[in-house]
Design a protein around this ligand. Structure first.
Ligand code: G
Ligand code: G
Ligand code: MN
Ligand code: NA
Length: 255
């Protein structure tokens, strides 16, 4: 568990970072918000991606939740900083099923919101991860409803990959569904993937939920999705995730 001990130390020494990737409205190409993605600035190993350090941490719920709280705190602080310089946007954070269903999530979220009064709750969106680990859908639904009372928004991440995403779509009061990049990647020359995309986009329409496509790597992907009626997108076609300090410059140079 060397890495988990290391992660605890990293929390104390402020070695984690959030990088930000813009989310784009396809019709106008305007930025509608940013997704916060965690990185670890490791003293010896350099900048680590979540795949390299989150899995072992997630086997230690106390550490995982502490890290999740750090993410919330840091993202809200970033919103405040951006508000101060006139960048009025939203930030999405990734929240694991474990954190969302921990006994005091609503209370913790409200405490964080109170700690950052210059960030409007509606500027925060929570992306729910690992939907297949959400066993008690009634309870999750209630947690989301309660958090939405303070105007925080919710997205279902990696839509289509959890084994019961359709039931979640029906039962969870979410604002956005994010189409997993796996459905987008080959869509330019795969007719079946194209049909699947159209299906997910029309599901969004039926349930009155915004649809955002992930992994949009080229203008051709963006064009195809726009043609299908998908409103929002995120991916390398627009920008890679970038350090918070680069966002202001990138934002002001974007169209
Ligand atoms: O850029 P990318 O390698 O950042 O992210 C890989 C995966 O890590 C994604 O599935 C993403 O949801 C997850 N991830 C990124 N940031 C966070 C975070 O702050 N908390 C959690 N729990 N997962 C994250
Ligand atoms: O939370 P989530 O699973 O959605 O995390 C998004 C992941 O996808 C992150 O690892 C991010 O760096 C990555 N990503 C973002 N845009 C693109 C893209 O256009 N192509 C690919 N292959 N990965 C992307
Ligand atoms: Mn995400
Ligand atoms: Na995703």
């Amino acid at each position: 568990y060397a890495q988990v001990a290391d992660a605890k130390k990293a929390l104390k020494t402020d070695a984690f970072r959030l990088h930000y990737q813009p989310k784009i409205r396809l019709a106008t190409k305007e930025v509608i918000g940013y997704e916060a993605l965690i990185r670890w600035q490791h003293p010896e190993k350099g900048l680590l991606m979540p795949g390299a350090f989150l899995p072992p941490i997630e086997r230690h719920p106390d550490v995982a939740i502490e890290l999740g709280n750090w993410v919330l705190d840091n993202a809200l602080e970033q919103i405040e900083r951006w508000n101060e310089v006139g960048l009025d946007t939203t930030v999405s954070v990734n929240v694991s099923a474990l954190q969302l269903t921990s006994s005091d999530f609503e209370e913790t979220l409200n405490k964080h919101l109170q700690k950052h009064p210059a960030a409007e709750p509606c500027q925060l969106e929570i992306e729910i991860l690992e939907t297949d680990a959400l066993s008690d859908i009634e309870r999750v639904s209630k947690i989301i409803r309660n958090c939405r009372l303070s105007s925080v928004r919710f997205a279902l991440d990696d839509f289509g990959t959890g084994y019961s995403s359709l039931a979640y779509l029906k039962q969870l009061p979410i604002d956005t569904l994010k189409i997993d990049q796996g459905f987008v990647h080959d869509s330019l020359n795969n007719a079946q993937d194209q049909e699947l995309l159209k299906l997910i986009i029309s599901l969004g329409r039926v349930y009155n939920i915004d649809v955002l496509a992930e992994g949009v790597e080229t203008p051709a992907h963006a064009e195809l999705l726009h043609t299908y009626g998908c409103r929002y997108a995120q991916g390398y076609a627009f920008a890679r995730p970038m350090p918070a300090d680069d966002v202001l410059d990138w934002h002001s140079n974007w169209i």
